[in-house]
Ligand binder design. Structure first.
Ligand SMILES: [Zn+2]
Ligand SMILES: [Zn+2]
Length: 335
């Protein structure tokens, strides 16, 4: 990716189009450091973002000046880094603005720039790449490029799953996009099946963090304090509503095809149970978790999965004195 944005173009290196990375023959006359394959891409880039960053690119793409001292060199590098960070934000905001206005086509070049600068600054595996992937996915959905959107979203998913320092904000952005994609693909049955599993996995990982935190707290001697720990999904109200809708749709869909891959049915039951528990819909949570538990017993499912479901049932029961007795009875039965 560094090739796309050479800080300086060494002699003999092939010049690439700013938009599509094809060999380039045209150059922007204003900055003379930006290249295009044809006039259409030059115009598209200009209209989206280049007009705003044309002059800012010059210092990034010309040869680094000769420095007299290590101190000067360090300062030069720091300045370059700050410039790139500024461009990351600028391009991101421009792309976002176009998206809000429904101008999906225009938002793509700006979003791509934000992504490329992020890669330059943070590397290919950084969680900092996720917001740009999500913008690109949303623009692709808007343009009806579903496959492309799915590619961006799986990149984003991978990055999120691999990283430990992912903020709640990024998580909920990801869920919003998966929801959009899911809605966009609602007519394709096969795609639905595939995507439903992905969406379930993501939500499961997200909600389970909150559940594990509570379970962990319960094991400590301050049991009473833990019991009073507030339930929180980390999502705002519309996001919760969206989650209930998306996961509810997947659950319904799964229940019709429960014969295939029953482990996915268990997972979606558990995921929706966790969501309802965190939203304090305790009886719904209890009902779903119990279904998952019974199904996993029936299938002689992995022991640690059964145990996790039992933990969840206990946690739900601990907040609700009515289900508490039933759950105790139920758990004793299973031993
Ligand atoms: Zn091009
Ligand atoms: Zn230019």
């Amino acid at each position: 990716m560094n090739e796309v944005y050479p800080l300086a173009v060494p002699k003999g290196r092939k010049l690439r189009c700013e938009v599509c990375e094809a060999p380039a023959e045209r150059v922007c006359g204003a900055c003379t450091v930006t290249y295009y394959c044809d006039v259409a891409h030059q115009r598209a880039d200009w209209a989206s973002i280049h007009e705003k960053i044309c002059q800012l690119l010059i210092p990034l793409r010309t040869t680094m000046p000769f420095y007299n001292s290590e101190e000067e060199r360090r300062h030069g590098r720091e300045q370059l880094l700050q410039r790139q960070k500024h461009l990351i934000e600028l391009c991101y905001k421009v792309a976002q603005k176009y998206l809000f206005e429904g101008k999906h086509e225009e938002s793509v070049p700006a979003a791509l720039h934000s992504l490329r600068f992020r890669i330059n600054v943070y590397g290919l595996n950084s969680v900092q790449l996720v917001p740009a992937y999500l913008l690109l996915a949303e623009a692709s959905i808007g343009l009806g490029h579903v496959v492309q959107a799915e590619e961006y979203l799986s990149q984003a998913q991978w990055t999120v799953l691999k990283s430990s320092d992912c903020t709640d904000e990024i998580h909920s952005l990801l869920h919003r996009n998966l929801g959009l994609l899911y809605t966009a693909k609602e007519n394709y049955k096969e795609a639905r099946f595939h995507l439903a599993n992905d969406v379930t996995d993501i939500w499961h990982a997200f909600l389970d963090q909150h559940i594990q935190r509570q379970l962990h707290a319960r094991k400590k001697p301050l049991d009473i304090l833990a019991k009073e720990m507030e339930n929180d999904t980390g999502l705002d109200e519309p996001q919760e509503a969206e989650a209930v809708h998306i996961l509810g749709t997947i659950l319904e869909f799964r229940e019709h095809t429960a014969k295939e891959k029953p482990e996915m049915t268990i997972k979606i039951l558990k995921t929706v149970a966790m969501l309802h528990y965190l939203m304090m819909n305790l009886s719904k949570a209890h009902e779903l978790a119990q279904k998952a538990y019974l199904l996993s017993k029936e299938l002689h499912y992995k022991e640690e999965e059964c145990a996790a479901l039992q933990d969840l049932l206990d946690l739900i029961a601990s907040k609700n004195p009515v289900t508490w007795k039933a759950s105790k009875f139920f758990n004793n039965q299973s031993h």
